[in-house]
Design a protein around this ligand. Structure first.
Ligand code: ZN
Length: 165
């Protein structure tokens, strides 16, 4: 996956060291959308498409999971990550019932928490490898994990923007 057909994001592993700042900037944009008052963020436009609130919850959880994965990859050789259970979490964590302002705050914090562990990766840390299950089970570098997480942020930012447009 070099380029996402959905949002146009290009995977440039040379930009991995910018990922933390890009993630923080992206979640601040999404948090601002979730803080806009007077609009319904919790209702799905289509039954099988997440609402803006649900996208916000999903992205927050992605960032929390990715932070733990980065930390695991530093202390363990070539860890194989367990899928995060993106669809199960919608119900298990009650995404639709959460408060948008809370999710906005948690998103920004999760972005900062991930950016901090990325900022602490040295040259060796960026080259450590993991086994990643998405889009197919493949060995990936930490560079790819960081750039892929930027893509998650940009992609879901576009999902929410297009719903609120
Ligand atoms: Zn995309």
């Amino acid at each position: 996956m070099d380029r996402c057909d959905g949002c146009g994001f290009v995977y440039d592993l040379g930009l991995a060291t910018d990922a933390g700042a890009d993630i923080v900037r992206g979640v601040e944009e999404l948090a601002a959308l979730l803080r806009r008052g007077g609009i319904d963020l919790a209702t799905r436009v289509e039954p099988d498409q997440w609402s803006p609130l649900e996208y916000g919850c999903h992205l927050r959880d992605v960032l929390v999971v990715q932070r733990e994965r980065v930390l695991e990859a530093r202390r363990t050789d070539r860890p194989a990550f367990t899928p995060m259970g993106r669809d199960e979490r919608v119900d298990h964590d009650g995404y639709a019932d959460q408060v948008a302002d809370d999710v906005a705050r948690q998103l920004v914090d999760a972005g900062m928490l991930l950016a901090n562990v990325l900022a602490r990766l040295g040259p060796d840390g960026w080259e450590r490898t993991v086994v990643y299950n998405f889009p197919a089970r493949t060995e990936r570098s930490m560079r790819w994990v960081a750039v892929h997480t930027v893509h998650e942020v940009r992609h879901h930012l576009q999902d929410v923007r297009s719903q609120l447009a």
